[in-house]
Design a protein around this ligand. Structure first.
Ligand code: NDP
Length: 506
């Protein structure tokens, strides 16, 4: 028996490709639009928000009369903003004129010690550009601000900056609170000012093409439905691996750890899309209703279902970065118990999934960089091939290396009557030769213009997500539970592998 993995290519049928077309969506395209970035001088703004806005502008995706307004406390100007953003965009020679044009539509105001006056000024600037304070025009305010400023900023927007004739939408960045109670406090604050259809809680994973594809894979294909349940599936693993360390984010990590950073939000969103029941329709609210139901059926995580880890330097590594452990990073408070790795097992109590473990594994300082979902099917009953049949797997790769893979058993070609494992591989890079996927931020910011809330987190969804993780986070912090050391560049603690096997993931 030769067990091997052959990459068999599967091809997309060209006539079936349906490309994203912004014009099919409903934007009030003729009205003036203002996009206001609060926290314009910060890291997120320069790395994601401005580059995404530029790409959308370059590709004529935005309403033609859109202007951009940056605000932060620093006394800088648009030229300085542009200088900050330049390293994060690639501009070809023939795009230079358009890039200049984009920046000519930008303004920046620096904060003063009088916040009322600051927000009055933003309102005045927009009003002037949109044809007067009461003229028709739409406004998006994006909070690229530290969470401590969210409440003040939103109160000011409500007081001074709402559109008089047109809509106002508020983009909120994570973290949405630190636990259930603080998240509820923020939610109550936001709902006292805005309606839910004005609030866009950002989870950038929901902007990834493959994450959006999960709905299509499940509900546009007949073949998966009959086996998508406890009768056929042994376990599901959602795996997030990064081969970089925390790179100066020591304070953030000490306060939050990996569970808050990626599990309670991004990876739980992926699990919801994998495990939810079929929504009544593909509308934003029907899909989000289905996700909320699923989260309600998911039990809060318990300590027996958790492994925590923290990376230490690997003195034998050739890569100097791998020799630096979490505790060696000067931004990490000495003796920090923060986890840079976690494995948690989620248990869904409903008819479809009772008894199927959902293993969520995430870590920094690991051996590879990838995010994937592995759906592992049960073994064959009464295997007539002398027990040679391996479990089938559906692997969904997310992020920079989008791919769908299916592991199947197949006859070894030729005289042999034995079987071996083969992999059918649909890799975006091979299949869509000249495809350039938009960034998650491009996709989601455009959704904000179009009022499409499908890929934003609704208040009840957020609450259910926190209910699943808050008890364990409080227990870990209350008992000061120490994570297990693992070497930078390894697969993480061995205890995590053992817990996977115990949970039927082979
Ligand atoms: P930074 O600290 O780099 O930027 C914060 C921005 O807010 C700066 O422009 C700062 O400018 C401004 N700011 C701070 N206080 C005030 C205030 N009182 N009034 C007005 N502006 C203020 O943070 P990030 O850009 O990294 O993060 C911003 C938000 O995005 C945070 O909520 C973070 O959690 C979230 N986020 C960030 C990610 C990232 O990759 N960076 C990823 C995911 C989420 P100034 O000091 O000039 O006022």
């Amino acid at each position: 028996l030769a067990l091997g993995t052959y990459p068999l290519s599967c091809t997309a049928r060209p006539q079936q490709k349906v490309h994203f077309n912004a014009s099919q969506l409903h934007a009030d395209v003729d009205a003036p639009h203002a996009f206001v970035i609060l926290g314009a001088s910060g890291d997120l703004s320069k790395r994601e928000i401005y580059p995404a806005l530029w790409s959308l502008y370059r590709d004529n995706k935005l309403p033609s009369n859109t202007r951009f307004y940056g605000h932060a406390r620093k006394n800088i100007d648009v030229a300085k903003l542009r200088e900050n953003v330049d390293p994060y965009v690639k501009i070809s020679d023939d795009e230079l004129k358009r890039y200049d044009e984009f920046w000519s539509l930008n303004k920046y105001t620096a904060g003063t010690d009088n916040e009322d006056a600051d927000y009055d000024k933003i309102n005045e600037m927009i009003g002037k550009d949109q044809g007067g304070p009461d003229a028709r025009g739409n406004r998006i305010f994006y909070l690229a601000l530290p969470p401590s400023v969210f409440q003040n900023a939103t109160t000011q927007i409500k007081r001074a900056c709402m559109a008089k004739k047109g809509w106002t939408r508020i983009g909120v960045e994570k973290p949405f609170g630190h636990d259930l109670a603080s998240s509820e406090e923020l939610s109550h604050h936001l709902s006292s000012l805005f309606t839910e259809d004005q609030i866009y809680r950002m989870d950038h994973f929901l902007g990834y093409d493959m994450v959006q594809n999960l709905l299509r894979i499940r509900f546009a294909n007949r073949m998966f439905d009959p086996s998508w349940n406890k009768h056929s599936i042994a376990s599901v693993k959602i795996n997030f691996c990064e081969n970089m360390g925390i790179e100066g984010r020591g304070v953030f990590f000490d306060e939050n750890g990996i569970i808050r950073d990626v599990m309670q939000n991004h990876l739980l969103q992926i699990m919801s899309l994998i495990a939810m029941e079929k929504p009544v329709s593909a509308s934003s609210d029907d899909v989000r209703d289905a996700k909320v139901e699923l989260l309600k059926s998911t039990k809060a995580v318990v300590m027996d279902d958790v492994v925590l880890g923290q990376y230490v330097g690997n003195p034998d590594s050739d890569d100097p970065r791998e020799r630096i452990g979490f505790q060696d990073d000067p931004t990490v408070p000495p003796g920090s118990n923060a986890s840079t790795f976690a494995l948690t097992v989620l248990r869904i109590q409903n008819q479809r999934w009772e008894g199927v473990p959902f293993i969520i594994r995430a870590g920094k300082g690991l051996d590879v960089n990838k995010t994937e979902v592995i759906i592992q099917y049960k073994g064959i009953e009464n295997d007539i091939f002398n027990g040679q049949s391996n479990r089938n797997e559906l692997i969904i790769r997310i992020g920079t290396t989008e791919a769908l893979q299916v592991k199947l058993m197949s006859k070894i070609p030729g005289f042999s009557s034995n079987i071996e494992e083969i992999t059918m591989d649909f890799d975006y890079i091979n299949e869509y030769k000249d495809l350039k996927l938009p960034s998650a931020y491009e996709v989601l910011l455009l959704d904000m213009f179009h009022g499409n809330q499908m890929n934003f987190v609704r208040e009840d969804e957020l609450k259910e997500a926190w209910k699943i993780f808050t008890p364990i986070l409080h227990e870990i912090e209350g008992k000061q539970i120490k994570p297990i050391d693992y070497k930078f560049g390894s697969k993480g603690p061995q205890e995590a592998d053992e817990l996977e096997v115990k949970n039927n993931f082979l």
